[in-house]
Write a protein that binds this ligand. Structure first.
Ligand code: SF4
Ligand code: SF4
Length: 373
């Protein structure tokens, strides 16, 4: 049965405009409830919440529970590395940030073609293998946002150093050629490697499905949330060891706990319903952004890319006569961020988008819809 992991990239915030303003009281309450429910796996990363997530979990978890009471994972931020020496500096900093002397799981973060080239140049696998030999890492893996062919190439070279792979898997993108989740899982299975699933609810998008889909779900499985369908899909895949969920509040956590504690895979009837749901959802989402925010730090014009896409999706999904009501939120955001039309087309955001979205083109659509003055 698949385990539930607490992903620490969407922590509760006191100020929604400040990714570092983590609500520590709420986070502590969530940690307590998660552990009390029998789960113990926490997944952070160096640059989640603008480098605040590792320190937050230290305060909420590590300083409040004995080390054998939890398992902690973090990741080497390959995109920030330029020299071999930096790997050691970052790794030591992470041990300090998290307040631990070893990590249960450690990952090379977001292997894609350009970051993989960096990790090969710096021999990051070799460096981390050394840390494993020293006892600073229990299991070594990597997260990847590329296709199965590329995953196969990485594993062909590094399978001996790899204990698990972290993949983006959700029912909507299962057969999407860009994310290639089904075949990526098959590649891992062929190497006998367990998979940790990230984004099972697609950044929350599969928790807020169209009303017609919600009705289909609740008629088929009364009392089960839309998010639970996504969690059950991911957890039902044979090679999946853990389903990570980036939980923001206690309600989401309780729902996930209910689903995963008495886990039941989707049966044949439910899978048929899911196929129909996919068709409806795919036709209703204009921009399939998961809100992961990987693009945000890259933008020299401080454009609020995920927020813009979210309100754009709302506007497209609820057409109105005249100016869209979401325009008000858009204008509010442009007081502290660049406008969609400020994009200079540098493409840096697209290089880090795990969904491979054509962000520059999509921002033109956002500007067309909201920048009518
Ligand atoms: S292409 Fe536009 S949105 Fe993307 S990083 Fe450059 S300026 Fe920002
Ligand atoms: S545009 Fe891409 S990188 Fe940016 S938040 Fe959305 S999915 Fe993530």
């Amino acid at each position: 049965m698949a385990d539930l992991g607490f992903g620490l990239m969407r922590l509760p915030l006191r100020d929604p405009d400040d990714q570092t303003s983590i609500d520590m009281d709420l986070l502590k309450a969530m940690v307590d409830e998660f552990l009390a429910a029998g789960f113990d796996y926490f997944d952070t990363a160096y640059y989640y919440h603008r480098n605040s997530s590792e320190r937050a979990i230290r305060e909420a978890l590590v300083e409040r529970y004995p080390r054998d009471r939890f398992r902690l994972a973090t990741k080497m931020p390959i995109k920030l590395l330029e020299t071999e020496k930096q790997q050691a500096e970052v790794f030591d900093e992470q041990l300090g940030n998290c307040g631990v002397d070893y990590f249960d799981n450690y990952l090379l973060h977001n292997i894609c073609r350009s970051y993989y080239a960096t990790s090969e140049r710096l021999d990051t696998f070799g460096f981390l293998k050394g840390k494993k030999d020293e006892g600073r890492i229990r299991r070594l893996g990597f997260s990847i946002h590329d296709n199965s062919e590329f995953l196969g190439r990485v594993l062909e070279k590094h399978v001996e150093d790899t204990d698990f792979v972290q993949l983006q898997v959700n029912y909507l993108d299962w057969d999407n050629p860009d994310t290639d989740a089904r075949r990526c899982c098959e590649v891992c299975e062929s190497y006998g490697l367990p998979v940790m699933v990230m984004e099972p609810v697609k950044g929350g998008a599969l928790a807020k499905v169209p009303e017609s889909v919600e009705r289909m779900f609740s008629e088929t499985a009364p009392g089960m949330s839309s998010a639970s369908w996504a969690m059950r899909f991911a957890g039902g895949i044979g090679c999946v060891e853990t389903v990570l969920s980036g939980m923001t509040d206690l309600e989401q956590m309780r729902d996930n706990i209910r689903t995963m504690r008495c886990f039941r895979s989707l049966d044949a009837t439910e899978m048929e319903v899911l196929e129909r749901a996919k068709a409806i959802i795919n036709s209703s989402v204009a921009v399939p952004c998961t809100g992961c925010r990987y693009c945000v730090d890259e933008c020299p014009k401080s454009i609020a890319i995920p927020e813009f896409f979210s309100i754009y999706n709302d506007a497209v999904g609820t057409p109105s006569k005249g100016l869209p009501p979401q325009r008000f939120y858009y204008l509010n955001l442009t007081e502290t961020h660049g406008r969609a039309s400020d994009c200079i087309g540098c493409g840096r955001c697209e290089d880090s988008c795990p969904q491979h979205l054509p962000i520059r083109e999509l921002l033109k659509d956002v500007a067309k819809r909201f920048e009518v003055f």
